[in-house]
Design a protein around this ligand. Structure first.
Ligand SMILES: Nc1ncnc2c1ncn2[C@@H]1O[C@H](COP(=O)(O)OP(=O)(O)OP(=O)(O)O)[C@@H](O)[C@H]1O
Length: 368
């Protein structure tokens, strides 16, 4: 972001800390906890942040955060956490007269404490709000934005009141198992203070195993996808029971990769539809969908092609290179595993994973 670049280049960074580490410190400690003063930051808990920061280092970081906040204000900008916090304090003043009776939340795994404090403020746990005024759905396996909150510490008491949905109606057992194996070693929480296990989760139906393909270059990868899609479509055409053409989507890591793959697939004669951020899919448009893995959150398709799944792309080399300690490295890798898990679980019946060069090491056990 331009403001971060400007602020970081105008300050001397404490030795050993990267620009990414400092931005993470801002979002995961300062913003997540709503810290407003130097004193609060100096004594704040930094659980899970890896590199220890002594008082002097924290004191030298605080002016960077203050400058960033001031520059944002000058530009008339606020981060979502600022907006959540300000809205919460406005609502708390008028708590008795709020017109809301309930709040329904989806994708809760990617929301931080400030968002949940706001949700609690919208539906206070009092006589008026009642005990059942908030409904929250989330899946920590799918956390892809480094946001994490403990619901009870945000005033939302779920202990003894939550349910696990263990039956997967979308994804075949074969694909689900592979998608879970990608998360091997990642600690999954229960959106509160506990950890989650895999026990008891299963799919309603089984199908074909995921397929893996190694390509010699990106053109060859596009051809592999084109050919596999053609054989799948042919098999479906001959299936008289098939009511309509199955939906299919190619997922890659970055917008640039998706655009370039789209060009290649169109050159091969395929009709494509690009799914962009903040834009709904139009189901009446025919064609193979193309999207980033992040955009695929919440969607589903009969067939999914994950492309560009090579070492150096998942996670991107530059992201890993910015890690200043083992905890940051681990967080980047875990988040990438979750992203692949999200992408893979968009598939109902067929999953194809391809790469150029070496498959990403997070895809354990994969070979073409
Ligand atoms: N009880 C059910 N019976 C039949 N199909 C169901 C049932 N519940 C969900 N489904 C189907 O399973 C698929 C996934 O459901 P849904 O999108 O609600 O899941 P989700 O947990 O929000 O998924 P995700 O968080 O992974 O995007 C959908 O195609 C939906 O129609």
């Amino acid at each position: 972001m331009a403001i971060w670049d400007e602020v970081l280049s105008s300050h001397a960074l404490p030795e050993g800390l990267s620009a990414e580490f400092i931005q993470n410190e801002w979002s995961q400690v300062v913003q997540a906890q709503g810290l407003q003063s130097r004193e609060d930051y100096l004594k704040a808990a930094r659980t899970g942040r890896g590199t220890r920061l002594d008082r002097r280092t924290r004191a030298s970081l605080w002016p960077i955060f203050e400058t960033f906040r001031a520059r944002m204000r000058e530009e008339g900008l606020a981060e979502p956490d600022d907006a959540f916090r300000e809205a919460t304090s406005l609502l708390e003043v008028d708590a008795e007269t709020l017109p809301y009776s309930a709040v329904v939340v989806d994708e809760a795994q990617d929301m931080g404490p400030q968002a949940f404090k706001l949700i609690r403020a919208i539906a206070p746990d009092g006589e008026k709000g009642g005990k059942n005024s908030i409904f929250i759905v989330g899946d920590a396996h799918q956390r892809i934005y480094q946001r994490r909150a403990s619901l009870s510490s945000c005033g939302i008491e779920v202990r003894g009141r939550s349910r696990r949905l263990r039956l997967n109606y979308r994804t075949s057992e074969n694909i689900r198992r592979w998608a879970v194996s990608v998360l091997d070693g990642v600690e999954i929480d229960d959106l509160d203070d506990g950890t989650e296990t895999e026990a008891g989760y299963k799919s309603l139906f089984s199908g074909v195993e995921p397929e893996f393909a190694s390509a010699s270059d990106r053109d060859n990868e596009a051809q592999l996808i084109f050919q596999r899609l053609a054989t799948l479509r042919k098999a479906t055409d001959s299936d008289l029971e098939a009511a309509s053409e199955p939906s299919a989507c190619v997922l890659m890591r970055t917008n640039r990769e998706v655009d370039a793959m789209g060009d290649r697939l169109r050159n091969l004669g395929l009709e494509t539809v690009r799914l962009r951020d903040n834009q709904a899919d139009d189901p009446s448009m025919p064609g193979l969908r193309l999207a980033t893995m992040h955009r695929s959150k919440g969607l589903e398709f009969d067939w999914i092609f994950i492309a560009g799944a090579e070492e150096g792309s998942l996670p991107p080399h530059a992201a890993l290179a910015s890690a200043v300690d083992a905890a940051m490295r681990r967080a980047i890798i875990d988040q990438e595993r979750s992203l692949v898990h999200v992408a893979a679980t968009r598939a109902k019946s067929f999953l194809h994973v391809s790469w150029v060069g070496q498959p990403a090491s997070i895809l354990k056990g994969v070979s073409s």
